[in-house]
Ligand binder design. Structure first.
Ligand code: PLP
Ligand code: COI
Length: 354
């Protein structure tokens, strides 16, 4: 794919990365854009100065939510090299979401090339402080101006970049999670496995309720029986029960997390038994009462490994590992971030150096 590059004539001041960056608040100098037109396919790949979009208010994305997004990170190691973590997996998942949402596929090699190119152009924006990275947000929106419910015939594929710190303001300190028993996020056959805005819009009411009660995020139960654990608002969830690592299986209603897959592989390489299966909230409560529940942590690109110190379900408030980060969670955090920033040798072949 040919990518035209137009550099900005008025570069912004790169912020001081030593200060708290927060998550997703600062944007770099450039963005990647590519158009899709029915009959012509994806065309006009370009890196241009970061700018506002001009869209008709009738653009279909505003009305029926036909959109897909992805999330990955670029890391700058002590060696000064910029690395991406498993971008091929994001390209594959983007197309799984695209297929579900009737958005045209993006060739995986073009997706990865687009990410690499725009990150390279803004590589000075990749922070190096511990716990920081350049968050990469690729997304596609439907742009036909038409109010009928149908797949759009035109789209924009855009990638924006945001130097970011920890997703939770608490950093690596354990978070409190609210097990939601009223609202549900997704059902099998729906769009739960796709990375698309609608899933997040559906999550907001429960998240607001959880925040009001002092919890960081919501843990969803299955949409049919409201009995089985699914995933957290922006993370997959893992439990260490009696020495085994247990995580909900991919059932079609949860996001197949790339960090989830990486953690499963790393844990297996350490000799842990990893079970991908149904786990009910009753089993979890019983495991906590008997002392079998040793650790709980979430996994995600933005959240990395996020220890859970407290889980609330109806009137039960469970404290996990005395509210402290557990040894496996800590070791996973060190290992995953070590692979990502190049301080650990990548025996898995996951990192892509620019
Ligand atoms: N589940 C949800 C709902 C998410 O938004 C995310 C974040 O991307 C994840 C799980 C974790 O996925 P990944 O590890 O690919 O970032
Ligand atoms: C990510 O971890 O990349 C995500 O997309 C989470 C996001 C919803 C903040």
């Amino acid at each position: 794919m040919d990518i035209r590059i137009e550099k900005t004539k008025s570069p912004k001041q790169i912020p001081d990365f030593k200060g708290p960056l927060g998550f997703g608040k600062i944007f770099t100098d450039h963005m990647f854009v590519m158009n899709y037109t029915e009959g012509k396919g994806w065309h006009d790949a370009r890196v241009i100065p970061y700018q506002n979009l001009s869209l008709s208010p009738a653009s279909m994305v505003f009305h029926y939510g036909q959109e897909m997004f992805e999330g990955l990170k670029a890391y700058k190691g002590k060696d000064g090299k910029v690395r991406l973590f498993r971008p091929d997996m994001n390209a594959k998942r983007a197309n799984a979401s695209n297929d579900r949402l009737c958005i045209p596929r993006i060739p995986e090699e073009d997706f990865v090339q687009a990410v690499k190119t725009v990150v390279e152009v803004d590589s000075d924006w990749v922070p190096t402080e511990p716990g920081t990275s350049l968050y990469v947000r690729p997304f596609v929106i439907a742009t036909d101006d038409f109010l009928g419910v149908a797949p759009s015939k035109t789209y924009l594929f855009i990638i924006i970049l945001s130097p970011s710190g920890a997703y939770y303001s608490s950093g690596l300190a354990p978070v409190g999670i609210w097990i939601e028993d009223e609202y549900v996020r997704a059902v099998r056959g729906g769009i739960g496995f796709a990375k698309t805005g609608g899933n997040y819009a559906a999550s907001l009411a429960a998240q607001v309720k959880a925040h009001d009660d002092g919890y960081s995020q919501v843990l969803w139960l299955d949409g049919v029986e409201r009995k089985y654990i699914e995933e957290v608002g922006a993370m997959n969830i893992f439990f260490k029960i009696n020495g085994k690592i247990v995580t909900p299986m991919l059932s079609g209603s949860i996001l197949p997390g790339i960090t989830r897959n990486s953690v499963i592989n790393v844990c297996k390489s350490w000799g842990y038994e990893v079970e991908e299966r149904k786990i009910s909230v009753d089993e979890l409560i019983a495991a906590q009462k008997s002392g079998a529940l040793e650790e709980v942590f979430g996994t995600g690109t933005a959240a990395v490994i996020s220890p859970v110190g407290k889980l609330r379900y109806k009137d039960d408030v469970m404290t996990i590992n005395g509210g402290d980060i557990g040894p496996v969670s800590q070791k996973l955090y060190d290992t995953i971030t070590g692979l990502q920033n190049g301080t650990l040798e990548d025996t898995f072949g996951w990192t892509v150096t620019l």
